[in-house]
Design a protein around this ligand. Structure first.
Ligand SMILES: Cc1cc2nc3c(=O)[nH]c(=O)nc-3n(C[C@H](O)[C@H](O)[C@H](O)COP(=O)(O)OP(=O)(O)OC[C@H]3O[C@@H](n4cnc5c(N)ncnc54)[C@H](O)[C@@H]3O)c2cc1C
Length: 341
């Protein structure tokens, strides 16, 4: 028997955000989700509640209220200093069974991608991963929108609660801070008897290579059309010459040409550069939703009928392996002729 079922009356549970912190700093995606949760909660005339787990987090709760939370459930313990899947799941599931939230939003981070399905499965409810929009239908059921079949698909979970979704950083804007807002902090007990078959012992921070994608003013993204590692190095060379961040599509990652952390799109990163250059990629919506914030867009593709050309400002129809060396030569000439003062 599932424990949280649809309520047939008109009162709605709260909109929850499972907030994430690293080294006691709340992640941007969590703050963005609280902003969106605020809008949804106002439409439902209910409250925004945030679940925050970690160690020595006292100083962090005020910013959660400032971006829209009404209540923070705080589990603060040295046992929670790192994300631990079993204990985090147990605490959230127990609380959700008691409080019965209407909606639960989780960041599409390394933690969220694991935690959200664990929680959803334990609660016997549905989960939509990597949403790019969240709105209500006329019955106040959450439409969880994802790119699919060349358009947007709305996934709904009308029968079970909470309605759960993961969302990447940058999908929703950063809400305005209202430092005068306050709320209630509800301390949570951390149970001692939880099995810990999986334990996080240490978190090692990797220094990202090259220009960071999210803050880059130029992004060069490569796709399957690179053909092989040699072709990929040409695309990486263009990024390097332009002092641009190098992004990728899923096939480039699957081929092992570059790491997953560079993938742009629905299940990757959201970028908003002044200039985006897509090389050897077809413009599938799952990738293009990650570049909607770009100001000027260019595509290089050898197929004049590629859908990518309908989505960019400038298109170059050519084999990238022939075109890139010519372009690189021109960039070099231009840079050598630049007058420096
Ligand atoms: C749930 C889900 C989530 C996904 N999330 C993401 C995501 O976050 N990010 C992402 O990128 N993908 C994602 N995908 C995959 C996505 O649907 C596409 O498959 C992917 O974006 C296509 O990558 P591509 O354009 O590199 O490859 P393709 O679609 O194969 O396109 C390659 C293009 O290269 C061109 N080309 C070939 N040779 C050359 C050449 N020599 N010179 C120039 N052009 C050439 C071809 O004409 C073609 O247009 C997701 C898919 C699913 C189902």
């Amino acid at each position: 028997m599932r424990e949280i079922q649809s309520r047939m009356n008109n009162t709605h549970g709260a909109v929850w955000v499972i907030a994430e912190q690293i080294d006691c700093r709340i992640l941007t995606v969590s703050l963005q989700l609280i902003g969106q949760a605020r809008k949804l909660a106002d439409e439902l005339q209910t409250s925004v509640e945030v679940v925050l787990l970690g160690d020595t987090l006292d100083g962090q709760t005020q910013q959660l209220f400032a971006v829209g939370a009404d209540r923070v459930y705080l589990a603060d313990s040295p046992d929670l200093v790192f994300y631990q899947p079993e204990i985090y799941t147990k605490i959230i599931v127990k609380l959700a069974k008691e409080r019965q939230p209407e909606i639960m939003l989780v960041g599409s981070t390394s933690m969220g991608r694991e935690l959200a399905p664990l929680v959803a499965a334990s609660l016997g409810t549905g989960l939509t991963a990597h949403c790019i929009d969240l709105v209500f239908d006329e019955n106040k059921i959450l439409e969880q929108r994802v790119p699919a079949y060349g358009g947007l698909l709305s996934i709904i979970c009308p029968e079970w609660r909470p309605q759960m979704a993961t969302v990447a950083k940058g999908v929703f804007p950063m809400p305005e801070l209202d430092k005068s807002r306050t709320g209630e902090i509800v301390p949570l007990d951390v149970p001692a008897d939880i099995p810990r078959r999986v334990r996080t012992l240490e978190v090692v921070h990797e220094e990202p290579e090259g220009v960071p994608l999210e803050s880059a003013s130029i992004v060069v993204a490569g796709g399957a059309g690179a053909g092989d590692l040699e072709g990929w190095h040409m695309i990486a060379g263009l990024a390097n010459a332009l002092n641009a961040a190098l992004g990728s599509t899923r096939p480039a990652v699957d081929e092992g040409w570059i790491g997953l952390e560079t993938m742009i799109g629905q299940s990757g990163r959201m970028v908003s550069p002044e200039l985006y250059i897509g090389v050897g990629l077809s413009g599938e919506l799952q990738h293009m939703v990650g570049v909607t914030g770009a100001q000027v867009m260019v595509a290089i593709n050898n197929d004049a009928n590629s859908p990518v050309f309908e989505q960019v400002d400038y298109g170059i129809v050519d084999d990238c392996r022939k075109f890139l060396p010519i372009l690189m030569e021109k960039i070099k000439e231009y840079q050598e002729n630049l007058v420096t003062y």
